[in-house]
Design a binder for this molecule. Structure first.
Ligand code: SF4
Length: 177
């Protein structure tokens, strides 16, 4: 029996696995949504920033929550991870699986479910536009953005902002790109 603390990650809502197993239409939907949000968000924000942020959050909680079991990290990289939310990994890994994937491709922590990263890798092969993004090295998740709208953060550029200290640490190690 999985630890209740991991149940949010383990959740699979009605039809959502089937939808994610067809990532190509999801890619088109992502591109369409991105284009729409980039156009509409600034106009809506001019009318009411508070209501706009709320609407964005509701949209993500309902839509992305149902399809992707979105954990509202506020920094969406779905299209770079085979249209599979990496925050569903109980270890919250953003750059591929841990070393504990079971022989049957199931998760080390939640034995009942497939490893999120095995699913992400397989789905990425069916993608037309973003499949190769799987190879991008993702920065650590910025927890300051948790529970915010990832769409709003994308338009505002907050999702690519690096908190103070991160850049210099990367430079010191010679790992910045
Ligand atoms: S916003 Fe974060 S938690 Fe939500 S689907 Fe995207 S990557 Fe997953």
């Amino acid at each position: 029996m999985p630890d209740p603390a991991y149940m949010a990650e383990a959740r699979r809502l009605l039809c959502s696995e089937w939808i994610k197993d067809h990532p190509r239409p999801l890619e088109y939907l992502y591109r369409l949504t991105k284009r729409g949000v980039v156009r509409v968000y600034p106009l809506m924000k001019r009318i009411s920033p508070r209501i706009t942020e709320r609407l964005m959050i509701w949209g993500e909680v309902i839509l992305k929550g149902w399809i992707f079991n979105c954990q509202m990290c506020g920094q969406c990289i779905l299209h770079s991870t085979g249209m599979t939310c990496p925050m569903n990994c109980p270890k919250k890994l953003r750059n591929g699986p841990c070393g504990g994937v079971r022989h049957d491709n199931h998760c080390e922590v939640i034995a009942e479910t497939l490893c999120v990263w095995v699913q992400a890798w397989e789905r990425s092969h069916d993608m037309r536009f973003y499949g190769d993004d799987m190879r991008i090295l993702q920065p650590p998740v910025n927890h300051a953005l948790q529970s915010m709208s990832a769409w709003a953060n994308m338009v505002e550029g907050r999702d690519t902002d690096v908190p103070a200290g991160w850049e210099s640490a990367a430079r010191a190690e010679g790992t910045d790109r």
